[in-house]
Design a protein around this ligand. Structure first.
Ligand code: ADP
Length: 232
């Protein structure tokens, strides 16, 4: 079953730049997909349209049966609750410790205290940070901060985890730890993962589906692929 369908999507920004052009793409439930391409190829624009940070100029974006292009602004929160999002720059709350940063995602949806505790501890365990639960972000390495951000993104068991250059600020060793965690989430929780990256080594090693963009167009879509020259 398709979790995501992108039909004839075009995105033109107000300044006239066409960031995505005539894009068609289906992503099945449980898939792990890399979105690759050089700087300016449209990766971030595509990802932002999935969580409705941007709207397409033309076409449909169906996420879990809902056309998010048509979603009313006041309904966007319903979509966001079904997604986890991880950014390159972690975006943790600096004055909250690891536990509080992760629990926050459940508190804002009004979960019960016991449920918050159980799910928060499980998510923190999933990213291997139980021993740092009381640390504040400035007492963690970059890799550990990104692991907290991943725990926060998965704490409510979303169907879809969207990652925009999650290893962009990390060295190869820390990046590998992040990728091992994402792979475990995909396998053990069945979470569909879409990750924009231009890290060649990661893409080549993981052997997942690779969707390559160039100038806003799809130039390659392969199962178990590697980084391809078309996209560089
Ligand atoms: P990538 O993530 O692959 O680097 P982007 O989606 O950020 O690519 O950008 C694709 C194109 O759209 C680029 O030409 C970029 O300059 C342009 N662009 C991105 N965001 C905006 C914006 N908010 N307003 C105008 N142009 C934008």
């Amino acid at each position: 079953m398709d979790l995501i369908r992108i039909n004839n999507v075009k995105k033109q920004y107000k300044n006239g730049v066409t960031a995505i052009n005539n894009l068609n793409l289906s992503i099945k439930k449980g898939d792990f997909v890399f979105i690759i391409g050089g700087s300016g190829s449209g990766k971030s624009t595509l990802i932002k349209m999935l969580y409705r940070e941007e709207k397409p100029t033309l076409g449909e974006i169906i996420v879990g049966g809902v056309n998010v292009a048509k979603l009313r602004n006041r309904k966007v929160y319903v979509l966001r609750r079904k997604l986890g999002i991880v950014f390159q720059d972690y975006r943790l709350l600096p004055k909250q410790n690891v536990y509080e940063n992760v629990a926050f995602a459940l508190e804002i949806i009004g979960a019960k205290k016991e449920e918050i505790r159980r799910k928060t501890l499980k998510a923190i365990e999933m990213v291997g940070l139980k021993s740092k639960i009381h640390n504040y972000p400035d007492q963690l390495s970059g890799g550990e901060q990104q692991r907290v951000a991943i725990a926060r993104a998965i704490v409510n068991n979303p169907k879809l985890l969207i990652c925009d250059e999650p290893t962009g600020n990390l060295d190869p060793e820390r990046s590998k730890e992040i990728m091992d965690i994402l792979e475990a989430i995909n396998k053990e929780m069945g979470t569909t993962i879409i990750m924009a990256t231009h890290d060649k080594d990661i893409v080549n090693r993981m052997k997942k589906r690779v969707v390559a963009l160039k100038d806003g167009r799809l130039v390659k879509d392969v199962e178990k692929g590697g980084y391809c020259s078309e996209a560089i």
